[in-house]
Every structure is written in C-alpha cells, then in structure tokens.
Design a protein. Structure first.
Length: 122
C-alpha cells in the first residue's frame, strides 16, 4: 500500500490509500467514487494545472498571467516553468488567447488569463 493521499475533490479531505498490487487497483478510505478516481489518478499519473506569468512587451504591466489548457504531468512542472521564464509575448493579448500551441506537449496549450492592451498603439 502507498502512503495515504488527502483527497481534494470535496471539503471532507478523506485519507485514501491505493493498493496498486491488485488488479484492478483498490482504494480504501474514500467516501465516494470521485475520491477513488482522484486517488488512482494521483497514484498512476499525478498532474497539475500550471498557473504563472510571462513577460509581455508593450503592455501597461510587465507580466501577463497564463494557465495551461489542461493539467500537465507533475514531474514536468519545473521544466515547463523554465520554458515560461524564457518566453516573452507582445501586447495586445486577450484573455483566452492561445499564446503557444502544444506548449506542454500532449496538445496542452499556454493560454492568457488577462486582457492586456498595447500601450504603444496610436
């Protein structure tokens, strides 16, 4: 058995363990099926949605908030952040714009979460 996983699906915060030595995997401690699915996903392939900021030129503020379009593998967070640190975009940007297609692989895009106008526009 693995160490317990604290479920974040609802406020209960169940302490769930996953027995990965059985087929199918068995969960214990979950109060619902959603918690079981979360614990199995977290054990098999933990993923996180990345929210951050990137440098932007031509806007009133120097950074634009961004998010990945889907969760990325947890083990790739640092390398993805390194890619963000080397990225510069240009205003104008609209909230919801895909800034970089397939940014994190697997068809996961980098998306702007704020509209920033070009302050140098005539």
């Amino acid at each position: 058995m693995n160490k317990p996983i604290t479920c974040i699906i609802c406020p209960k915060g169940c302490q769930i363990t996953v027995n990965a030595e059985t087929s199918p995997w068995i969960t214990e401690g979950n109060a619902c099926a959603r918690g079981a699915a979360y614990a199995i996903q977290e054990t098999a392939d933990p993923r996180r949605t990345l929210t951050a900021t990137v440098a932007i030129l031509g806007a009133a503020i120097p950074r634009c908030p961004v998010v990945t379009s889907a969760p990325i593998p947890k083990g790739e967070l640092l390398s993805t952040m390194d890619k963000l640190n080397h990225l510069t975009i240009h205003a104008p940007v609209n909230a919801g714009d895909v800034l970089v297609e397939n940014f994190a692989g697997e068809g996961i895009h980098l998306v702007a979460t704020r509209t920033l106008e070009n302050t140098h526009a005539a």
